[in-house]
Design a protein around this ligand. Sequence first.
Ligand code: HEM
Length: 115
Amino acid sequence: MLLKNLHIGLALISGIGFALRGYLRLVLDRHPPGPLIRIGPHVIDTLLLISGIGLWMQVRHGLLSWFGLKLALVVVYILLGIGALRSRSRGAGIMLYWLALTVFLAIAVIAIQKP
Ligand code: HEM
């Protein structure tokens, strides 16, 4: 239960962090410097992954279930996020940003509404 709450908390921080960073960078065109913005997301996302693996070791869901779909969408979310923040075109970056946020929401809905 503790690990699950930690996982949910990290997922929330990760999602809100990405939403804020993307909005600052892509919509407002601001590039705030500092180690918190540079390293923070990597630390949070690594802990999110570790807590997810820890949870999985307890429940051992098969990949041919909602869990496999969730993991596949996590990969899509990561790729869209990288694409959004690295995109040279602002329009494409903003589109990838919204897509990434939509996929993030889908991951959360699948995790919460699982059978
Ligand atoms: C964007 C990334 C992620 C989000 C938003 C997310 C979200 C969530 C949420 C909200 C829950 C709790 C569901 C409930 O109320 O019962 C959950 C549970 C879980 N997550 Fe994640 N998660 C993410 C990434 C991962 C990753 C990368 C893994 C595995 C490597 C993982 C493995 C799990 C497992 C095993 C559970 C427990 C499922 C169960 O209760 O049976 N998650 N996740």
